[in-house]
Write a protein that binds this ligand. Sequence first.
Ligand SMILES: [Zn+2]
Length: 398
Amino acid sequence: MQKAHMAEGLSHWIGRRRDARLRPVAGEQEIGVAALSQPSPERPGESAPRQQSRHPRIDAHCHIVIPEVLEMTRAVKLRGSGPGKRDWIPEESRRAHREQADQTEEKLLHPEARLPDMDAMGIDIQVVSMNLPTPAYWAAAAVGQRIARACNEGVAAFVRRRPDRFLGIGVVPLQDVRLALRELDHIAGLDLRGVQIPSNVRNREVGEAAFRPFWARAAELGLPVIIHPRGFTHDDRLHKFFLWNTIGQPLEEALAMASLIHEGVLDAYPDLRVVMSHGGGYLPYYSGRGDRAFHSRPEPKRNIAKPPSAYFPRFYYDSVVFDPDMMPRLIRQAGADRIVMGTDYPRGEVEEDPVGFIGGLAGVSAADKLRMMSTNAQALFGLPAQAGGPGGLPDQER
Ligand SMILES: [Zn+2]
């Protein structure tokens, strides 16, 4: 009863936003915006997925919960500061977390409970990962390996229940690179379509030399690596007002990108595909200072021959930024072929109308909107190529 009520509420909300945002634009029909009205209100969740269409709409950033993994994580003794420390999330945030958890529990646990919302949002396929992008990185390596394995098996089992609507993303115990490599191979065998890592590993930057074997193996396997922050390491100044999330997480993302750029990881592995959560945090929108310093000082160019912003097209980015004015900048910096639609569904800061968000972007072509809603993620996560013209674009846009 409550589930039905929640889906109804979400659909109503989306309807209002759709009216406000989705003015007709050239090519709207081709990107399928009009198909938002497909789901039957009488039988939510039972409409056929649109993936039979040439261009399934893909939400590349969603989360689920594997209860067994949560229990294993809670059992680990916590030490140090930052994520993992028992009080790293302030009480005021924990209270709000609990309320959101109560509201979204069914959707985090059960594929079927998500379908009415997916249909209402116009999403054919969700790419799902565990809601803890860093399951117990503070744990001993062997414990971390067991938790990562349970997480990967859990995500794979979730996807198997509705493989027509979900793709899964795995995790690795990156506190021990040797074990992480073993788990990467296991992920590929489970048909998970990528691996999610945090923006730092026990306060170490992801571009550091110790992690090179991980990046090499991910590139070799063709597995996209999704970087998703969890709070901020030095959160003592960000405790209040949810700033550990709103300021800390985009800062974590900027630091992870800067580390991969400046350490030369992207130059070392040209085939590596890295997906930045939340539009990449601050870096793509504040690149002038880094480029200026690259030209004027020796430190930034110790390992790289191009200014930092020249590496922005080497990353992929999801569209979970909530402000449409940020998107033209991201498209200019990285290219529309590098952006995938996302929501962070179902809990926390969720983009409830992802199709409307991208469909309503002013000055962006229908072909680029199609790329962001569908074909970029199709290629990134290895969905079978759909029938259609070269590049999967509608005939008119070739
Ligand atoms: Zn997320």
